[in-house]
Ligand binder design. Structure first.
Ligand code: G6P
Length: 367
């Protein structure tokens, strides 16, 4: 039944709407409230091994790479372990140094992406330890790694990934919790993150409830040739994924920038015809993000903000999408949801084949 459209026009929409349930599935039975940690037995890593990793390297392609950037931030913030993400498609070509005290984490919905599978082999050939975040049980990558976290998102048919990405981010949060708790993350902070994760499914439902208004904004963006997505720190992977999704399904050119980089070139392109989607969470950088939004508006650039309750944007005279607050480290998971709806409704307005965008495949099994 999962594979049926069940009355939906597109799999992408069906899969977006499934997210409250699929996000519930990825955390089910994996949160240890008593000790403020996660139970991830499939990783096959004992606490002493986990404690021994001095670094985490995340590898994935396309959207999985962008979620990997979010994952790296979560690991650095919660576990204070240096972490970064890299495109798996480039990894083996630069003859990477594989370190014994680095944990390699590959991310893939399908578990069949050739570039990601080759990255696994490169790590293994050089004696590194690699685990995977994978959705498809028994897939090539799942079979090749030393352990992993299954995403339990259910079958994903649309080429543009939505629910699997959300679960990748949820899984990274649990991995960060687990590694954090063998380092210096307190029980109280662990519990705070657990409560945040438990609240996410209902919060996603709340955001999906705004589909009508978001669709209206998307239709305006659909009239443009090109768009910017801007965000800072936690908001930057959100911007990158938002731009990626818009390109994939609507074929509108979209570029993501750190909001702080706007003045270092992209501002030159802002005019009435260049809409900007700005990620403006309620955090330490809100004022700076608002100042950047003002600069866009001063150059007559149409602006849509994805923001939090309590961020006062009333003086800007723009329409914004307000998402519920999570724990700050988890905010990007929720801030990403409206970008899916924007991409979907822009593509719908343009009449594209949403589930099978031209020239793209759900999983690229050749190099
Ligand atoms: C393809 C798809 C992308 C996807 C990427 C990684 O390029 O078009 O949407 O993000 O593969 O897929 P994976 O299955 O490895 O997550």
């Amino acid at each position: 039944e999962d594979l049926e459209l069940t009355g939906h026009e597109h799999y992408m929409r069906k899969e977006m709407l499934e997210q409250p349930d699929s996000a519930e599935a990825v955390i089910r039975g994996r949160l240890d409230e008593r000790f403020g940690t996660a139970r991830l037995d499939g990783l096959n890593l004992a606490p002493r091994e986990l404690r021994g990793f001095r670094r985490v390297k995340i590898l994935g392609c396309g959207s999985a790479y962008y979620v990997g950037q979010l994952g790296a931030q979560l690991l650095e913030e919660l576990a204070r372990v240096p972490a970064d993400a890299e495109a798996a498609s480039e990894f083996r070509y630069r003859n990477p140094v594989i370190e014994p005290d680095t944990l390699y984490v590959v991310v893939s919905q399908s578990g069949e992406t050739a570039d990601t599978a080759f990255a696994v082999q490169e790590v293994k050939r050089k004696g590194g330890q690699v685990v995977a975040l994978v959705n498809v049980v028994g897939s090539t990558i799942a079979r090749e790694v030393d352990g992993g976290i299954y995403l339990h998102a259910g079958p994903e048919i649309a080429v543009a990934s939505t629910k699997a990405l959300t679960n990748m981010a949820m899984a990274f949060a649990m991995l960060a919790l687990l590694i954090g708790r063998v380092h210096d993350l307190s029980v109280a902070d662990g519990k705070r993150i657990i409560d945040g994760l438990k609240a996410i499914p209902a919060q996603i439902r709340e955001i999906l409830g705004q589909e009508g208004e978001i669709a209206e904004l998307a239709r305006e963006i659909a009239g443009s040739q090109s768009a910017f997505y801007i965000g800072r720190v936690r908001g930057f992977p959100v911007a990158r994924e938002g731009a990626q999704k818009l390109k994939e399904v609507s074929y509108i050119h979209a570029e993501a920038y750190q909001t702080s980089e706007l003045k270092h070139a992209p501002l030159a392109l802002i005019d009435e015809s260049m809409p900007t989607v700005a990620i403006i969470p309620d955090d330490d950088l809100t004022d700076r993000n608002v100042a950047a939004a003002e600069q866009v508006l001063a150059r007559k650039g149409p602006l849509v903000a994805i923001t939090h309750p309590g961020v006062d944007l009333s003086h800007l005279g723009i329409r914004s999408i307000v998402v519920p607050r999570s724990e700050p480290e988890l905010d990007p998971i929720l801030l990403t949801i409206p970008t899916q709806l924007i991409a979907y409704h822009a593509a719908l307005a343009l009449g594209h084949d949403i589930d099978k965008p031209r020239n793209l495949a759900k999983s690229v099994t050749v190099e």
